[in-house]
Design a protein around this ligand. Structure first.
Ligand SMILES: Nc1ncnc2c1ncn2[C@@H]1O[C@H](COP(=O)(O)OP(=O)(O)OP(=O)(O)O)[C@@H](O)[C@H]1O
Ligand SMILES: [Mg+2]
Length: 419
C-alpha cells in the first residue's frame, strides 16, 4: 500500500505493508523537494513528475519493494466542502416490515448528492454524517432499522476537474497508476486524530508550505472543509525580506531558531529559547556575518502565524455549532513543528491545542512519526481501509451474489467519475 502526498514544498511517498494480524506497518518513507506546485496545485507537470519519481524511488530503496501504484492526496484552494441532505421513502428489503436495506441507503445518498455542482467541478468525497429514520435523529447506521422515511445528512467535498486531471497525469507520467484520489486533510485526519476528538468536535489544521488546510469534524464525521492560501513559505519570505537575506538562509534560520511564542508571562516559556540569544547568519559575497537576536525572529514569525490562525478562526466562527469543539484544535503538517505553535493556537482559538504526528501505524521506520508525514501516512491507512472494503466486497460477491457492502460500492461509484 503506497501513499503519495504531493505537496507544495515536498513530495512524500510512504510504503505500508499489511501484517498477518491485519495491522499496517510502515516499511519505507521517501521525500523529494517539490518545485512544480503553487498553493497545492500542479503548475509544472515536468517538475512534479520528477519529484514524484524521486520520492517513490527513495521509499522503494528503504523498503525493498517495487511500487506500481499509489493512493494520491489532493488539496489546494480549489477544494470545497458543503453539507447536504436527501430524503427517500423506504422501499425496504421486505415490503411488509419496511426494513431499511442497502438499496435504500444508496438511494438516499444519491439524493443527498444531487446538488448543483458547476461543470468544472467534481465530487471527490461523499461522506455520510448521520441518518434520520422517520423522526429519529442521529443514527449512524440505519441498515435493518424499520421506518417509512429515510433522510441522510452528508458532507460533499468537490474539487476542480482540471486540477485533479493534472495530478493524475503527473503520477501516470512518472510511471505509476493512481489507486484513488483522497482529500489530503481527510488522510491527515485519519493519521493523527483520535475517535474521541472526532466525536467531541475538532478542527484539524494542516500547516503546509503553500496552504493551511482546515477540516472540522463534528459528532464523528467531517463537517467543514476550507483552505487558507497561506503557509510556511510566507513565514520564510517574511524573514527573508525583513532581514534582507536569501530565502534559503531564512528557511534555515526558521527551522533552527524559529519560534512563535515566548511563554504566557508567568515564567512559563515553551522552549529554551532566550530572547537575548543571537543567531549568526554567515556573510555571503564578502559581507560580514550577521547576528540576529532570536527574539527578533520570533517577532517576525509570530504576526504571520497569528494572521493565518485568525483567518482559520474566522471560518470556524461562521460554522455556529450547537456546542464548542470539545476536541479542540489539532495542528499537523511541517509548519506545526514551529516552536510554540500549539500554545499560540490555543491562545487564539481559546481551545485546547496540540500537535498531531502520525502514530497509529506500526513499523520500524521512526522517520514517519513526524507531523510533516501525517498526510502521506494517512493516505496509506485510508488506502488500506478502502482496499479492504473492496476485498470484502469481492469476497461477499462470491459468497452471496449481488449483495455488496455499502462502502465498497460507494467507493466504486465515486471512482468511476475520475478514471
Ligand atoms: N521544524 C520546523 N519548524 C518550522 N517549520 C517547519 C519545520 N519543518 C518544516 N517546516 C515548514 O513546514 C512547511 C512545509 O510543510 P509540509 O511539508 O507539511 O508542506 P507541503 O505538504 O509540502 O505543502 P502543502 O501542504 O501546502 O501543499 C515549510 O514551510 C517548512 O518551512
Ligand atoms: Mg501538505
Amino acid at each position: 500500500m503506497v501513499g503519495l502526498d504531493i505537496g507544495t514544498t515536498k513530495v512524500c511517498a510512504v510504503i505500508g505493508e499489511r501484517t498477518e494480524t491485519g495491522g499496517l506497518e510502515i516499511t519505507g518513507v521517501g521525500t523529494s523537494p517539490s518545485t512544480g506546485l503553487r498553493k497545492g496545485v500542479v503548475v509544472n507537470i515536468e517538475a512534479t513528475l520528477r519529484s514524484v519519481g524521486a520520492a517513490i524511488e527513495a521509499a522503494e530503496m528503504m523498503s525493498g519493494r517495487e511500487v506500481h501504484s499509489a493512493w494520491t492526496g489532493i488539496g489546494g484552494s480549489h477544494i470545497d466542502g458543503i453539507n447536504s441532505r436527501g430524503v427517500v421513502a423506504v422501499t425496504g428489503k421486505n415490503r411488509e416490515t419496511r426494513e431499511i436495506g442497502e438499496e435504500d441507503i444508496l438511494r438516499v445518498l444519491e439524493a443527498a448528492r444531487a446538488v448543483a455542482i458547476p461543470m468544472d467541478r467534481q465530487v471527490l468525497e461523499l461522506i455520510p454524517q448521520s441518518y434520520i429514520v422517520d423522526d429519529q435523529k442521529g443514527i449512524r447506521d440505519p441498515q435493518d432499522m424499520i421506518g417509512v422515511r429515510l433522510e441522510a445528512e452528508v458532507h460533499i467535498i468537490t474539487c476542480s476537474v482540471t486540477s485533479a486531471q493534472n495530478l493524475v497525469k503527473c503520477v501516470n507520467r512518472a510511471g505509476f497508476r493512481v489507486d484513488g484520489l483522497v482529500l489530503q486533510s481527510l488522510a491527515a485526519g485519519r493519521a493523527v486524530l483520535t475517535e474521541e476528538e472526532k466525536e467531541l468536535g475538532v478542527a484539524l489544521v494542516d500547516m503546509g508550505g503553500g496552504t493551511t488546510d482546515v477540516l472540522v469534524y463534528f459528532e464523528g464525521a467531517p463537517y467543514s472543509t476550507t483552505t487558507i492560501p497561506a503557509g510556511g513559505t510566507q513565514v520564510t519570505s517574511d524573514i527573508s525580506i525583513i532581514k534582507n537575506i536569501s530565502f534559503e538562509t531564512a528557511e534555515k534560520i526558521k527551522l533552527e531558531a524559529g519560534s512563535c511564542w515566548q511563554g504566557n508571562g508567568n515564567g512559563n516559556p515553551v522552549s529554551n529559547v532566550h530572547g537575548e540569544e543571537d543567531v549568526i547568519v554567515p556573510g555571503v559575497g564578502g559581507r560580514a556575518p550577521l547576528a540576529i537576536p532570536r527574539k527578533e525572529i520570533e517577532e517576525i514569525i509570530r504576526p504571520r502565524l497569528e494572521e493565518i490562525f485568525f483567518m482559520v478562526k474566522e471560518k470556524l466562527d461562521k460554522l455556529a455549532f450547537s456546542r464548542p469543539l470539545g476536541g479542540g484544535v489539532v495542528l499537523t503538517g511541517g509548519g506545526s513543528q514551529l516552536l510554540g505553535a500549539a500554545e499560540l493556537a490555543s491562545e487564539i482559538f481559546r481551545l485546547p491545542a496540540r500537535v498531531g504526528a502520525p502514530l497509529s501505524a506500526g513499523g520500524l521506520v521512526e522517520e514517519y512519526r513526524n507531523p510533516a508525514y501525517a498526510t502521506a501516512v494517512g493516505l496509506v491507512l485510508e488506502g488500506n481501509e478502502r482496499e479492504m472494503a473492496k476485498g470484502l466486497e469481492r469476497g461477499t460477491r462470491r459468497a452471496e451474489k449481488g449483495n455488496t457492502p455499502l462502502f465498497g460500492r460507494l467507493a466504486e461509484w465515486l471512482k468511476k467519475e475520475f478514471f
